[in-house]
Design a protein around this ligand. Sequence first.
Ligand SMILES: Nc1ncnc2c1ncn2[C@@H]1O[C@H](COP(=O)(O)OP(=O)(O)OP(=O)(O)O)[C@@H](O)[C@H]1O
Length: 262
Amino acid sequence: MPVSPGAPPVEVRDGSVAIGGRPILRGIDLTVRSGEFLALMGANGSGKSTLVRAVTGLLPVTGGGISLFGTPYADFRDWKRVGFVPQRASAASGVPATVWEVVASGRITRRRPFLPLSREDRRAIADAIDVVGLSDRTGLGVSQLSGGQQQRVLIARALAGEPDLLVLDEPTAGVDLGNQRALADALATFKAGGATIVLVAHELGPMAPLIDRAVVMRDGRIAYDGPALDEEDAHGHHHPLAASHDHVPHVGSPLDELGGGR
Ligand SMILES: Nc1ncnc2c1ncn2[C@@H]1O[C@H](COP(=O)(O)OP(=O)(O)OP(=O)(O)O)[C@@H](O)[C@H]1O
C-alpha cells in the first residue's frame, strides 16, 4: 500500500450519510491533521456519532468521500492504524474476562495469528494498561470495576493496538471526575507520542487543556470549526439563550458562542 507521509489521518470531502433513506449528515468537510487532538461537539442527535462511525468504517458514506492517511476509503486496508472506542460500550460482557485479557484482545490487529504473544505484544499491552493507570488491577475481572474504570479498560484495549489515530465516542459520559482525569492523563500521554485523537464529547472537563481544535455539529452539518474556547470565554458572558446551555457549569463549550443547543 502506498504510504503518504504527513497525509492527514482523516479527510472528509462533502461527505453525506443517509440512514434508511433519511439524510443524517450533509456537506461535511473536515480534515484532521496529524498529531491533532480534535473535539467533536454538539447537541444530542446533531450527528457526531454518525460522523465518527462513517470515519471508522462502520457506516458507508452516501455522498462525497473520505480518505484515511491519504488513502481513499475504498483502498484503505491499514485498519491497525485506527483505534475506536464506541459509545456506551461496556467492557464487562458477562464473560469473566480480566483486565489483561480485555486489553490483550485489542492487540489482535497487530499480532501474528496462531502464535503466542510476542514480547513486543506483552509490552504494548502492559504499557496500555499502565497509561490508563490500572496496572495494579490487571488480574481483576472487568465486571468488578466501576463504570469509569471499565471505560479506561476499553481505552487501554484500543491503545494496545498502537493506533496512529484514536477515535473515542463520548468516553466520559457518566464517568466520575476522578476517572475523567485518569482518561485525560492517558490521552495526554498518547498525544505526546504523536498520535491523532478525535474525541466526541458533550463536555470537555479535564480534557479541555488538551484540545487543539473544536468542531461543533448541528443538524447534521458542521456549525463551528476553530479553537476550543477556554472556560472564561465560555462562561465570562451572558448567555443569549439561557435554555440552550448545553453543558454542566465550569466546562467550556463552543456551543455557547453559537447560541445554539439542544
Ligand atoms: N441506526 C440509526 N437509524 C436511524 N436513525 C439513526 C440511526 N443512528 C442515528 N440516527 C439518527 O441520526 C441523527 C444523528 O444521530 P447521532 O447519534 O449521530 O447524533 P449524536 O450527535 O451522536 O447524538 P448523541 O449526543 O445523542 O450521541 C439522529 O437524528 C438519530 O436519530
